[in-house]
Structure formats: C-alpha cells, structure tokens
Design a binder for this molecule. Structure first.
Ligand code: SF4
Length: 239
C-alpha cells in the first residue's frame, strides 16, 4: 500500500507526469478562467497550456482583504500569466460592494452561505465579462483547493453561466490525477507568495482565532513564499 502511494507520488509529480490532452465539455477551444491566486491557478494554467486551450485569465476578487494582500496575490498571478503568455484581465476591486453583499453574514462559517454569495458575485461578473468578450466557456481555479467544497463552487459557476445563452461552466476536477500534488510542487518551483487564509477579513479573523485556540502564532501576511520558507514551515509543523 505504502509502495503504491509512493509510486503514485512519483508518477504524478510535475517532473514525470504525462499530461493528457484535455477536452472541454462543449468542444470550445477558448476558456475564460476566473483566477483567485497564483498557487491555485498554476497547475490549471499549465494543464490548459499543454492542451492548447486558449485561456484568458480573469482576476476578479474584491473579497480579498486588505488591499496590499490583494495586490500581492494579483501580481503573482500576473507574473505567471506573462510567463505562459496568457492574456490577463484585471477585474475591479469593488470591495464596498463585496462588504454590502455579505452584510449580516460576518459570522457565517467558511463553506457556508457567505461563501456562496462570494462565489456568486465573482462568477456572475466573470460570466458577464466572458459574454462581452465572446466566450462560451468559463471556469475557476477556486475548486482545486482542498479547503473548498467543490459542489458548492460548481453549483455557483453553473448558475452564473446559465444567465447567458450558450454559456457553460466547466466543472473539471483539477485535484484528480495528482493535481493537488503538482499545485504545491509548481508553487514551490515558482516561489509564489503563500497566503494563509482564504481572502476576506472574516476568514483572516477566523484563521487567527483557530490558531489562537491551538496555541499557534497569528497569520503573518506578505512574508511567506513557497519553497523559500522551509524554516518557517518546520516551525509551524511543530506547533
Ligand atoms: S471565506 Fe473565502 S469564499 Fe468565503 S466569503 Fe471569505 S473570501 Fe469568500
């Protein structure tokens, strides 16, 4: 059993993995991809590039708080889009609208109704922008994270796409076939900024409360990078 899992780790590593040619669900060769951050996007962007699916990255995340965190996540994503030669569209940072939308849901848990509203907002704008630019297929990088509920994300994505005739949301499971493993490997290779909370001010608060309960240090923003911070990571594992 142990041997099998070791074999899979090797087979699915970024170095050895033979990427399949992905087929889109509606045969489209063009994808409008909502992206939340570089670490979640990296494996997906690589997979799409290898399949020659013409991808435009749409960074629309007014949930991210505070502003310097938002800029850092965005800049890292721009850096990788430039590396792959993918188009990158910088969406609005209409943070006031996000706070208005989530009013009264400040104490909802992660993966609850506040997150549904947050995904709906981001995917509605993604679908509108995609329609304006002539795309019939959208998706998001959000589903690759093991912290997220994929059914919740897919439901929101499909709802947003259905507002436009002929548009589909691609529900591909990016975690499978070692996708989660390569996401970390590639993030280390690219030395991406490693955020430690989902994005909004409430997720930052709740992550800190959780850490406090476990006797761990609070989140240190803007200082941790994949692949560079072995010492910091080791220290955290001990906690
Ligand atoms: S926890 Fe994440 S998905 Fe949920 S509302 Fe906050 S930023 Fe949005």
């Amino acid at each position: 059993m142990k041997k099998q899992s070791q074999d899979n780790t090797e087979r699915f590593s970024a170095e050895n993995y033979q990427r399949p040619q992905l087929e889109t669900p509606n045969g489209e060769k063009k994808l409008f991809l909502h992206s939340c951050c570089a670490p979640c996007a990296v494996e997906i962007m690589e997979a799409l590039a290898a399949s020659e699916i013409e991808t435009t990255i749409f960074f629309y995340n007014p949930n991210i708080h505070p502003r310097d965190e938002y800029e850092m996540r965005k800049e890292e994503n721009i850096r990788f889009a430039q590396k792959l030669g993918m188009d990158f569209i910088d969406g609005d940072y209409n943070v006031r609208d996000w706070f208005d939308l989530t009013k009264g849901m400040e104490h909802e848990p992660e993966r609850g109704i506040r997150c549904t509203a947050c995904f709906d907002m981001r995917f509605d704008v993604t679908a509108d922008e995609a329609a304006k630019r002539g795309f019939n297929l959208i998706s998001s990088t959000l589903g690759i994270s093991r912290w997220k509920n994929m059914d919740q994300i897919n439901g929101c994505g499909e709802r947003s796409a259905s507002r436009h005739e002929g548009m589909s949301y691609w529900t591909y499971n990016w975690r499978k076939q070692g996708g989660s493993q390569r996401m970390i490997e590639l993030s280390k290779k690219e030395e991406f900024y490693q955020q430690e909370y989902c994005g909004c001010v409430y997720s930052l608060r709740d992550t800190n409360l959780f850490r406090e309960e476990k006797g761990r240090q609070k989140v240190k923003r803007l200082v941790k990078f994949y692949g560079r911070d072995a010492v910091l990571e080791d220290a955290e594992k001990e906690n």
